[in-house]
Design a protein. Structure first.
Length: 153
């Protein structure tokens, strides 16, 4: 299993990832979208140095560990429809795309201006495939979070 590159658990009843997920050293893409019981993302996940894409859309996660900043290769993060997500920590410097539309409980977003200066392509909170509206359908974002997003954009 240590050579596994792609893991797709879409729509399963996973509640929490096993701590040994960090042993999947070759894992590049992890899709956990629509895992309606997933509430916790552990630090172990961000020990995977090869992780490039993470889909947590439509899960029940409330937060993302600050260790996500250490996910050196993470370039795409999908959080669309994470209605319980309350905050986003500072994100990895190589992140190119963040999709977090419909995160109706999202209140705070840490500034990641270092990431922006290192080549972000998109920093969007969108609603729909072709619409790209900053903070769309994230009604609880505080003024500081909105300022951080606008400064980073």
């Amino acid at each position: 299993m240590e050579h596994l590159k792609f893991l797709k658990l879409l729509g399963t009843s996973v509640k929490e990832l096993h701590p040994l997920i960090g042993n999947l050293v070759a894992l590049r893409k992890l899709r956990l979208g629509q895992c309606n019981n997933l509430e916790v993302v552990r630090d172990d996940l961000f020990c995977i140095i090869s992780l490039e894409m993470l889909n947590l859309s439509r899960t029940k996660i409330k937060s993302i560990p600050t260790s996500i900043k250490q996910a050196a290769q993470l370039s795409h993060l999908f959080l669309t429809g994470c209605k319980s997500l309350k905050s986003l920590p500072e994100l990895p410097p190589l992140l190119q795309s963040l999709e977090a539309g419909g995160c109706t409980s999202l209140k705070t977003v840490s500034s990641s201006s270092t990431a922006i200066t290192q080549g972000w392509e998109e920093y969007i909170f969108y609603r729909g495939l072709h619409e790209k509206h900053i903070c769309s359908n994230c009604p609880k974002l505080d003024e500081n979070a909105r300022s951080n997003i606008m400064a980073d954009a």
